[in-house]
Design a binder for this molecule. Structure first.
Ligand code: NAD
Length: 290
């Protein structure tokens, strides 16, 4: 078993991004600027946004958090999005999901100008991705592709099984793995909560990408020897022995499954850090494309 070390790979990519930012600066260019809009006090969202901002600082990227109360109206949030769309100093921005129930996430996502949509969630960018045109790829799938590349994982002709069909992870990664390029050229099976005999399908996977949000769902009897596993799931479970008060669980029972896998991502330290560097790469791209 070889660990797909997202933490280490992300650290290497951060150095590359930092060097590019230095180059931009020394050529008289503008320092890329990422804005994160955070609505309310969701603990996980605060942690994610803080990690994104810390990563920006580390690579010398300008970053700003816009914090809004969870009583903010949809109209007020859309006004903020409009301001950020028009602000010439802002290269890219994200609105951290989930949003409070009274706000329509689709409406907000669609209001973000596609050239600043560094999360890659806008329908226009998703459409470009489907057509294999240059665009911002959604950060988590982009992170998985970079891990595949950096670890030289063969994808050509492989059977890739994806669990979960969310529009931010499962659906886009299923599309990307089937593209006629590297990483890609897989035969892809996209599974979800209505899939019948899931274990029969996962047992045939050469590459298994798991994004359903159920701790330790994947057990050894569900995979074949030599499988490559990307565990996207992150679930926080209260744990008094931890300083943070919780422990993070992936969707794969790592300890039980790891010896059957040829490559596997841990949780934490696998796909999570790769998602953050992908956001940095998208922001750099947004700044350069201006
Ligand atoms: P989601 O929560 O929107 O949807 C879950 C998906 O899992 C659905 O498509 C559903 O059909 C499927 N599903 C549920 N139960 C199933 C079952 N028994 N069998 C097969 N499929 C089943 O998905 P999401 O937003 O992609 O999040 C999934 C997990 O990934 C969560 O734990 C989330 O926290 C995590 N996540 C991690 C990152 C990261 O950077 N590592 C990024 C995004 C999401």
């Amino acid at each position: 078993m070889q660990l797909l070390d997202g933490k280490k790979t992300a650290a290497e990519i951060k150095i590359e991004v930092a060097e590019e930012i230095k180059r931009l600066k020394s050529n008289g260019g503008k320092i890329p600027h990422l804005v994160a809009v955070l609505v309310g006090n969701n603990g996980a969202s605060i942690t994610y946004v803080d990690a994104k901002i810390a990563a920006c600082k580390l690579v010398g990227m300008k970053s700003t958090i816009v914090r809004l109360n969870d009583t903010v109206t949809e109209k007020e949030l859309l006004k903020k999005v409009d301001e950020l769309n028009k602000d010439k100093d802002v290269d890219g921005f994200i609105v951290q999901l989930p949003l409070p129930k009274h706000i329509n996430e689709k409406k907000v996502t669609e209001a973000i100008r596609p050239t600043k949509d560094v999360d890659g969630f806008h329908p226009s960018n998703i459409g470009k991705m489907m057509l294999n045109l240059p665009t911002f790829l959604p950060a988590t799938p982009f992170g998985i592709l970079q891990l595949i590349e950096r670890y030289n994982i063969e994808t050509n002709g492989k059977h890739c099984v994806v669990i979960g069909r969310s529009s931010i992870v499962g659906s886009p990664i299923a599309n990307l793995m089937s593209r006629n390029s590297y990483p890609g050229n897989c035969t892809v099976t996209l599974t979800h909560s209505r899939t019948v005999n899931l274990a029969e399908i996962t047992k045939t996977a050469d590459i298994l990408i798991v994004a359903l949000g159920k701790p330790h769902f994947i057990k050894p009897e569900m995979v074949k020897d030599g499988v490559v596993i990307f565990d996207v799931g992150i679930t926080r479970i209260a744990d008094k022995s931890k300083k943070s008060g919780y422990k993070l669980y992936g969707d794969v029972d790592f300890e039980a499954v790891k010896d059957k896998a040829s490559f596997i991502t841990p949780v934490p330290g696998g796909v999570g850090p790769m998602t953050i560097v992908s956001l940095l790469k998208n922001t750099l791209l947004a700044a350069k494309d201006k």
